[in-house]
Design a protein around this ligand. Sequence first.
Ligand SMILES: NC(=O)c1ccc[n+]([C@@H]2O[C@H](COP(=O)([O-])OP(=O)(O)OC[C@H]3O[C@@H](n4cnc5c(N)ncnc54)[C@H](O)[C@@H]3O)[C@@H](O)[C@H]2O)c1
Length: 272
Amino acid sequence: MSENLLKGKRGIITGALDENSIAWKTALKAKEQGAKFVLTNAPIAMRMGAIQDLAKECDTIVVPADATSVEDIEKLYAEAKEFLGGNFDFLLHSIGMSPNVRKGREYGDLNYDWVQKSWDVSALSFHKMMQVAEKQDVMNEWGSIIGLSYIAAQRVYPFYSDMAEAKAILESIARSYGYRFGKLKNVRVNTISQSPTKTTAGTGIGGFDAFYNYAEALSPLGNAPSEACADYIIAMFSDLTRYVNMQNLFHDGGYSCTGITEEIVEKFSDKK
Ligand SMILES: NC(=O)c1ccc[n+]([C@@H]2O[C@H](COP(=O)([O-])OP(=O)(O)OC[C@H]3O[C@@H](n4cnc5c(N)ncnc54)[C@H](O)[C@@H]3O)[C@@H](O)[C@H]2O)c1
């Protein structure tokens, strides 16, 4: 149902790879809520073709851009501005990738070139998107910028490997740039820390099934689905959240605040 929450707003949505992607669901909901936006993903992701179908459904274009390349981001903003006919009200950073995780390198045996790549793709690209936005002055007053994080930024999830540091950096960048952009243009910057979600990036983490099921059992509401994450992103892009800034916002059904549940007590009790 459309409440026209994003009517008249323009933006950029990164990271829609296939219909499971959090960014994919966000694009469909942004369209439903009246936004105009441009889709982008790494040139290599274009080969899979699916993003063009999404673009058709959303009456928009896809501009390929490697989020680690300042030059690509500059080109992306220039083309998007022309297509949309003006500056942006929202940016979604929905990007994550670790070669160490992908290739199964353990935390005690990291390839440091790949670590640099993980952090560049998954965290520094967030800074790059904002720095280019500031320099090109493409954000409208009271705009909203969101990155997606995971609780491994605060607590140990052994299989999350160098992505844990990437997310800690991402959240820190949100605070630092949220301060800067807030002062400059009343633009807010936040991260949403999402439940484990069955996407390409999510299921690529070793032991995903176990921590998906564990989080499901520990969350009073169960894991937050990707559609609900998209709803939260839409709310954060809307004018209803204009004073939320520099936060890491847990969207996890209550998982991050729950120590134990009756079901888990039952499972681990000696008295079985
Ligand atoms: N799935 C989960 O369990 C989960 C939980 C919390 C947070 N997140 C975060 O949500 C975000 C979106 O991931 P998702 O779960 O929708 O998975 P996804 O695999 O659908 O999306 C990740 C996207 O990153 C893109 N990408 C990778 N390298 C890039 C580059 N160099 N330039 C531009 N784009 C690049 C991929 O092409 C892909 O579209 C990520 O930041 C992820 O870490 C996911």
